[in-house]
Design a protein around this ligand. Structure first.
Ligand SMILES: CC(C)(COP(=O)(O)OP(=O)(O)OC[C@H]1O[C@@H](n2cnc3c(N)ncnc32)[C@H](O)[C@@H]1OP(=O)(O)O)[C@@H](O)C(=O)NCCC(=O)NCCS
Length: 158
């Protein structure tokens, strides 16, 4: 596959859950439960989720909440076999397009201080560190970096 050319970003369907559970398990040391993921794959007044579908099925997802004028990203992950092809970037950009259309202005998230690849990924999309939540993650007491960015700036990126 040539970068992200054959990828569709779409609203999740019920049948996507097994792929999302598998990618979550392959991506995080403390994966969310199936029931929690099922809830967060919803699209309603609060939640906005998207999946990336490639030639072999769902290969990534993003889950977020609308909080005032902010899109708060809870979770974004790409199947390890499909990383570095621009799929994460496509997911974040499509979430930004939809959030902007819904009247939101900013994107915010927390990321583990040690998750250097994710931090580089977010920095590449114009997000910047604006604070730290010390000992935020209960599994190992790791700090969370708070990152924010402008949706308008994100939408202007290639
Ligand atoms: C973070 C994550 C979603 C990125 O997805 P991806 O599809 O591989 O990212 P992209 O291919 O769109 O990368 C876009 C840019 O981000 C940066 N980037 C992505 N992964 C990187 C890495 N491992 N190291 C350094 N920079 C990285 C690069 O600048 C990259 O552009 P390039 O490939 O042209 O150099 C993916 O690595 C992942 O699923 N990680 C595990 C889950 C996680 O930690 N999620 C974030 C916390 S919620």
């Amino acid at each position: 596959m040539n970068r992200a050319a054959d990828i569709e970003i779409r609203i999740p369907r019920a049948g996507d859950l097994p792929a999302v559970v598998r990618i979550e398990g392959a991506s995080f040391a403390d994966p969310w439960s199936e029931s929690f993921l099922r809830e967060e794959l919803a699209n309603d007044v609060l939640r906005m989720a998207l999946v990336a579908e490639g030639p072999r099925g769902v290969c990534g997802y993003i889950m977020s909440w609308r909080v005032a004028d902010q899109l708060h990203v809870l979770n974004v992950a790409v199947d390890p076999a499909w990383r570095r092809r621009g799929i994460g970037r496509l997911l974040l950009k499509e979430a930004a397009v939809r959030a902007w259309a819904a009247g939101l202005e900013e994107i915010t998230l927390e990321v583990r201080r040690g998750n250097v690849s994710a931090i580089r990924f977010y920095e590449g999309l114009g997000l910047r560190e604006v604070g730290v939540r010390e000992g935020y993650y209960i599994d190992n007491g790791e700090d969370a970096l708070i990152m924010t960015g402008s949706l308008a700036a994100l939408l202007e990126m290639d």
